[in-house]
Design a protein around this ligand. Structure first.
Ligand SMILES: [Zn+2]
Length: 613
């Protein structure tokens, strides 16, 4: 029942199931109150029963989907089921994320998973039956007034129906899905539990693991070039010890998605992913053209980095360095709320009121014992979304809050759509709203900085964020596509082959010219990326940041109609495909011209440092 559940889970970013460190008792408004979903457990049980009845009502439409009225009934009823399962699922899982050791909540969550599976099995008749009707009938149905709230969903189902298999054939494919999930699970178990990372002595004498937990801290913090290099070599070397296992595992993963796509009569695994989300291939391809155009600003970035820190040589382990030193300014939560609200004030009073709603009732703010790490926003049908943070008073915490509030307000606006399906938001459009907020926030902080140093700090943070969201993701996307193509062409993903594909993609999109010297361990990088087990996801981050730059420019320059266009886009929810929806903001993501706002902004931020040096 992937579709049913995933609609509400698309925005759970950075979900690594590890608990955050404990923190002392916190005031109540910074902890979730789930009574906005159900006042008590009895209310949960009552909707659970309602959902079971709804499944039976929909199952009873079997054999009747040949009149338009019954088709409308089906979509209407199915959306009601979406709504119920979304609420049940949120209520159970939000409790799990607050306390990963809560076995009662896990049991509740398990019951919702089983309910979804039951719905999936009993309603699997519906789409094959519906799309066995004549094209004339289906065209008529699409035009029917009663279908209007469900048209986007119907259109996507119709596109996908050409790729639907009879139930028996779908059953035969189950072992291939198991292979796909197995590879993803093996990756997670190996790198999160079993893989031994070596100890490393930090400059202050403490001994820690050279692992992913401290990686960002070291790569972006104030350490010597030698220490960064040593850390990076040690950590990537640990992955290197499992190169053959992880290469075979990627081979398994890509064999599975390739076979599944071919069985459903798609041209390729990439085609399957794009078609099922109704995303034209031009959107995907344009990202690579855009990155080519943007490469000169990356070259300039590294030239400035070299100059700012007096580096004779830049190694790949220096690439995540920020252009200026860390700041010791802190951003307590309530201060950050005020700053974020001020930064987003140009979006208007209605947007501000929605921010208040979320800040007053939707946030679980601080790290706590057994709480999930990272940040996410979860949509809950019928009430406000719930936002999880692990706030620790630094700039990134404040910026992440602005990010999650972008998702949250988008979800509140999309509730103006009638059907539950259209109220959902897809990852491609949603990442635009969250990254836009981060841009507006750091621009506001730059504008209001008290010193030149502080101003440069914000500019440097924005540049790092833009670089990581765009160039790194395009590099990942290119590597992944070539690796999948190798498998599609019947080749084997040997470690040597993966090293070469990784280096080729890096040379193309990550390492401008010959300005960066590569440590030997760099080639192991393909072995450590969890996104390579999650379909073709990463290109969406690149589109998201570039689109957000366009919208930010329009809003910040005070362009007439810019805010109205943006709000129209937010209210449109999931009522069209990403190209149609983003057109509402004046951007065409089907060609790479949208990159100009990204490169111009990048140049502008770089010039903050040119004048100072
Ligand atoms: Zn996000």
């Amino acid at each position: 029942m992937k579709k049913l559940v995933s609609l509400f889970l698309t925005l759970m970013m950075a979900l690594s199931l590890t608990a955050a460190p404990a923190q002392a008792a916190v005031p109540e408004k910074t902890v979730w109150n789930l009574s906005a979903i159900y006042p008590n457990k009895a209310a949960f049980e009552s909707e659970f029963t309602q959902a079971e009845k709804q499944i039976s009502t929909l199952a009873a439409l079997r054999g009747k989907l040949s009149t338009i009225d019954r088709v409308v009934d089906y979509y209407k009823g199915h959306n009601e089921l979406y709504r119920l399962i979304g609420r049940l699922d949120s209520y159970a899982n939000l409790q799990v994320y607050m306390d990963l050791s809560n076995s009662t909540a896990k049991e509740l969550s398990g019951r919702v998973v089983n309910l979804s599976a039951e719905a999936s099995a009993r309603l699997s008749y519906a789409l094959p039956e519906l799309f066995a009707n004549s094209a004339v009938f289906l065209d008529e149905a699409a035009k029917d007034a009663g279908m209007a709230p469900y048209l986007n969903e119907f259109t996507r189902d119709r596109i996908n129906s050409a790729h639907t298999l009879p139930e028996a054939e779908e059953q035969l494919l189950q072992p291939v899905y198991l292979l796909q999930n197995g590879a993803a699970n093996l990756f997670s178990s190996l790198v999160n539990s079993d893989m031994p990372f070596p100890n490393i002595t930090f400059p202050d004498g403490t001994e820690k693991k050279a692992d992913e937990i401290n990686y960002n801290l070291v790569m972006t913090g104030e350490y010597t070039q030698e220490f960064r290099k040593e850390y990076s070599n040690d950590m990537l070397g640990a992955y290197g010890q499992y190169r053959n296992t992880l290469a075979q595992n990627l081979q398994n993963q890509y064999t599975a998605i390739t076979k599944i796509a071919a069985a459903h009569r798609y041209n390729s695994a990439l085609d399957a992913e794009l078609s099922s989300g109704d995303t034209p291939a031009s959107v995907y391809n344009s990202v690579f053209d855009a990155a080519k155009q943007a490469m000169p600003v990356q070259t300039r970035y590294y030239a400035l980095l070299k100059k700012s820190f007096n580096l004779g040589t830049i190694y790949n382990s220096d690439m995540n360095m920020s252009l200026c030193k860390a700041s010791d300014i802190t951003y307590p939560y309530t201060d950050a709320q005020t700053l974020v609200k001020a930064a987003l004030a140009p979006l208007g009073e209605d947007y501000a009121a929605k921010l208040d709603t979320l800040m007053n009732s939707a946030m679980d703010v601080y790290p706590a014992k057994n709480k999930l790490s990272g940040c996410f926003t979860m949509q809950v049908p019928g009430t406000h979304p719930y936002i999880l943070l692990n706030y620790n008073n630094d700039f990134d915490s404040a910026s992440n809050m602005a990010h999650e509030l972008g998702h949250g307000v988008h979800m509140l606006y999309s509730q103006t759509q009638e059907s539950t399906y259209n109220q959902g938001v897809t990852s491609l459009t949603s990442e635009v709203t969250s990254t836009l907020n981060q841009l507006l926030f750091s621009d506001y902080m730059m504008k209001n900085a008290k010193t030149e140093e502080e101003r440069q700090y914000y500019a440097a943070r924005e540049l790092s964020f833009m670089k990581a969201s765009f160039f790194t993701q395009v590099f990942f996307a290119r590597f992944q596509e070539s690796a999948v193509q190798e498998v599609e062409n019947g080749k084997t993903l040997t470690t040597d082959k993966l090293d070469k594909l990784w280096m080729d993609a890096a040379r193309e999109y990550l390492l401008p010219g010959k300005s960066i010297v590569i440590n030997d361990s760099f080639a192991n990088g393909w072995a450590r990326i969890p996104h390579f087990y999650q379909g073709f996801y990463v290109y969406q981050y690149a589109v998201g940041i570039a689109a957000a730059c366009n919208i930010a420019d329009r809003i910040e320059s005070g362009e007439q109609g810019a805010v109205e266009d943006y709000l129209t886009f937010l209210k449109a929810g999931n009522s069209g495909n990403a190209v149609e929806l983003l057109k509402l903001t004046g951007i065409d993501i089907s060609n790479g011209s949208y990159i100009q706002a990204f490169t111009a902004r990048f140049e502008r931020l770089l010039s903050e440092f040119d004048t100072a040096n």
